[in-house]
Design a protein around this ligand. Structure first.
Ligand code: GLY
Length: 336
């Protein structure tokens, strides 16, 4: 399991953690913004286009050239791409070396930087090749968020809201701190990040390889992933998670607590518009998702805060529910 340190400003903790690492990977955005922290780092171009076997093998070659040994530890300083790629390099190099995750984006702090899911995209499919390889240390310094671009905030917001739906207390904290979070008030942002880190870590500790409980982290992701793939990844992952949560809730409104449904739907439409993709293409993409089997699609539904239901839906029912959901969301959207 990972040791986690989370603080408003852990710059000195980041420096200490990097001191234990023989090799660091970062991207060119982070290297430009934090030259002191990334002086000897191997720098990859920022963005999903770097999450490839080619970049992975370039990182492994650099590790070999720098004579990294099995007892050495490596570090990822960056967002989801840097973390997923470096974690996989750590899993593969000499059959596994330790690694430290230092997430710099909101999405990586509350989700991808915790839990040891590592991967690269392959054969046109996101995260097709990967491994579970837990980071030894995770150092989360909210100070990094001060330089986070607007688009990246929205992306992380999707995963942050998702995580807050997994616990009653976290949901109460979300509704309490939402205005402060939107205004990027340091205390509100830290309170929510810290809460999400605790929730995500507790879930992955109890089910590291997603055999059971960890599936609750897929709230919003069935439709979210399908929209993302149907749309050819035009928007960021977190934006599709926002659309996915909004749509899945509307699809399963009959199974959801009414007051909770109204409140969370109002909250989500403040961040994203309903999708426009057809039910047929969302359904096809969802059926080809590695998490689904046969003709049945699984949705992890928050029927109330902290109460997640595993809903299995047949293809025809999925399409009917999706079309009805779009009508309902159009009504909500035009009434704003
Ligand atoms: N991002 C979902 C998980 O880590 O399981």
């Amino acid at each position: 399991m990972s040791n986690i340190h989370c603080g408003k400003d852990l710059t000195s903790g980041v420096i200490d953690a990097l001191g234990f690492c023989a090799f660091t990977v970062t991207d060119d955005n982070v290297a430009r913004l934090y030259p002191e922290l990334t002086k000897n780092a191997y720098v990859i171009p920022a963005g999903e286009a770097s999450k490839t076997p080619e970049t992975l093998f370039a990182v492994l070659a650099e590790m070999s050239n720098r004579r990294i040994k099995r007892g050495d530890r490596i570090a990822a300083v960056g967002g989801g791409v840097v973390g997923d790629l470096t974690g996989l390099a750590a899993a593969l190099y000499m059959r596994g070396v330790e690694w430290t995750s230092i997430p710099t984006s909101l999405l990586a702090m509350v989700d991808s930087g915790i839990g040891g899911k590592t991967a690269v995209d392959f054969n046109g499919i996101k995260n097709l090749v990967g491994a579970f390889h837990m980071p030894r240390d995770i150092v989360i310094s909210c100070e990094f968020l001060k330089t986070l671009p607007e688009r990246e905030w929205l992306c992380g917001t999707g995963e942050l809201i998702k995580t807050c739906l997994l616990s009653k207390d976290a949901y109460a904290l979300l509704t309490d701190k939402l205005d402060g979070f939107i205004a990027r008030d340091d205390d509100s942002v830290f309170a929510l990040v810290d809460e999400c880190v605790k929730i995500k870590n507790a879930v992955v500790e109890s089910d590291p390889e997603e055999k059971n409980l960890r599936k609750i982290l897929n709230v919003g992701h069935t439709v979210g992933h399908a929209l993302e793939s149907a749309d050819r990844y035009k928007l960021s992952h977190g934006e599709y998670v926002l659309k996915g949560m909004l749509t899945e809730l509307a699809m399963c409104r009959d199974l959801t607590d009414e007051a909770f449904y109204d409140e969370i739907t109002r909250l989500l439409v403040g961040f994203t518009a309903p999708p426009r993709t057809t039910g047929k293409s969302v359904c096809e993409k969802a059926l080809s998702d590695k998490k689904n089997t046969g003709d049945t699609i699984t949705i992890m539904l928050p029927r109330a805060a902290g109460d997640i239901l595993d809903v299995k839906i047949e293809r025809a029912d999925f399409m009917r529910r999706y079309d009805d959901a779009l009508k309902e969301l159009k009504r909500v959207w035009t009434s704003l």
